[in-house]
Design a protein around this ligand. Structure first.
Ligand code: EPU
Length: 433
């Protein structure tokens, strides 16, 4: 693993990917650790002094950005290679998250809860992230206010302070992933008990809660939509070791690649239990799955059949699968409807699929996809992480050579996507523009 933070801004920016239909894929793919877990684990490491050892950390730009953010706050972060990262805190933290790092990545917001509960003060620039519509943080703020924090606002930052957070009963209007994470991490040092109702319960949230418990936090209801956190004495948590949960979205990306190409893949480390709903629907489309002692086998015996999908919070179909699903439906037999219930603006990649000959009509938060036998190569752009992966999958389903720009988005969340696909037989290369 390389610490890519020095190249984070420009990495992939001048790169392109060329990909063509190659027919059936075969072999093994090791599924890396989950971006949307490890970034939160890293932020939660601000809660205790000592040396944390994280393993199964993906080699992605967002990890480098989070490493740089933690360093700016006062932690020592070392990227050791082979998926290992250590984070060392000596207690000397500056609870300020600078704009140039926060604007690059939504997950920067995850330092809010740990810094506020540990330092009693935090100043955070407003988070950036992907371009699929407004992404407010009102639930994070309302929850922390209910625990006694006061907020003030500047032009592009938010500041919070409190003597010591106190336990509170918080009901989320929506099971927000980020708000659940910030509130759980804030509650670990609060005075008394905090209950979070309608909490998000994604596998990555379970991973974070288990990390906090390994640090000495008291959390009940892990994996359910009601979390109960009993605050421990401030400063009493300790550093720990932890292995990051495998990435279900990266696993689904290789499933989608196999689905449009044919063939059979063994996905090492894939956790079928974290993907039950989407695997059921993929079976409806004609894919076959077999559990392996160390992962999951997928086979694509013929042309996919269309079906309808609607995105929902976990255990529903994750919005992050949607660009992949839309791409699969683009070459499936029949008509499928995809309904987006989380981010109304998350259909930008549809124009790119249309460039490749996909027959898709969007209406509000619905997309109607009439499958065509084969897409046709074109030059397309990756507008965000998942849309970028979908372009790669679409290129595998297209006649001719598809060129993808905006590769830096893919690098934010995918650990060697091109190399992994090459090793299972895909005709794909990366080159400087
Ligand atoms: N929302 C609010 N107010 C809030 C918080 C959220 O209205 O205070 C809304 C959002 O605008 C959105 C919905 O609630 O419409 C869901 O937001 P959530 O907080 O659940 O998402 P997030 O924490 O911002 C994480 C992932 C996303 C993933 C979503 C949903 C990270 C860093 N990001 O975002 O992943 O799509 O959960 O599962 O964990 C990606 O990895 O490419 C990605 C975008």
């Amino acid at each position: 693993m390389t610490d890519r933070v020095t190249t984070a801004e420009g990495s992939g920016g001048d790169c392109c990917i060329a990909v063509r239909n190659t027919g059936p894929l075969s072999g093994e793919v090791a599924v890396p650790g989950a971006k949307n877990s490890v970034l939160k684990l890293m932020a939660a490491s601000l809660l205790a002094d000592g040396t944390f050892e994280l393993s199964n950390v993906p080699d992605i730009i967002d990890v480098s950005i989070m490493a740089e953010l933690l360093r700016a706050i006062g932690a020592e972060v070392e990227v050791l290679g082979r998926g290992a990262v250590t984070i060392r805190n000596t207690g000397d933290l500056t609870p300020v998250a600078p704009f140039e790092l926060v604007e690059q990545m939504r997950a920067s917001i995850n330092v809010l809860g740990p810094l506020l509960t540990r330092c009693g003060h935090v100043r955070l620039s407003m988070p950036g992230g992907d371009d699929f519509g407004s992404r407010p943080i009102d639930m994070h703020i309302a929850g922390l206010e209910a625990m006694g924090a006061s907020f003030s606002y500047g032009e592009d930052y938010v500041e919070a302070s409190v003597d010591r957070l106190r336990g509170a009963d918080i009901m989320f209007k929506f099971p927000s992933v980020g708000a659940t994470e910030n509130l759980v991490t804030a509650a670990v040092y609060a005075d008394g008990v905090t209950t979070l109702e309608n909490a998000a319960r994604e596998p990555e949230i379970i991973d974070l809660c288990e990390y906090l418990v390994a640090m000495g936090a008291q959390i009940e209801g892990i994996g359910t939509s009601q979390l109960r956190i009993t605050g421990v004495a401030p400063g009493s948590l300790r550093a720990c070791e932890h292995e990051t949960v495998p990435d279900r979205i990266q696993a689904a990306t290789y499933i989608a690649a196999c689905a449009v190409s044919g063939g059979r893949l063994d996905l090492l480390n894939a956790q079928a239990g974290h993907m039950q709903m989407v695997l059921t629907r993929f079976r409806d489309m004609g894919l076959e799955f077999e559990p392996l002692p160390y992962g999951l086998r997928v086979a694509a015996p013929g042309r996919l059949r269309s079906t309808d999908f609607a995105t929902l919070p976990y255990p529903g179909i994750a919005t992050d699968y949607k660009p992949l699903i839309t791409t699969m439906l683009s070459v499936a037999e029949g008509v499928g409807i995809v309904t987006e219930n989380l981010y109304p603006g998350r259909f930008r990649y549809v124009e790119e699929l249309q460039r490749l000959g996909a027959d898709i009509r969007t209406d509000g938060h619905h997309a109607v996809i009439r499958g065509v036998p084969r897409l046709v190569a074109a030059e397309v752009t990756a507008h965000d992480i998942r849309a970028g992966a979908a372009m790669v999958v679409a290129g595998l389903a297209a006649e001719g050579t598809t060129t993808i720009t905006g590769v830096h988005h893919i690098d934010r969340g995918y650990d060697d996507l091109v190399g992994r696909l090459q090793r299972i037989g895909a005709d794909i290369t990366r080159f400087d523009a």
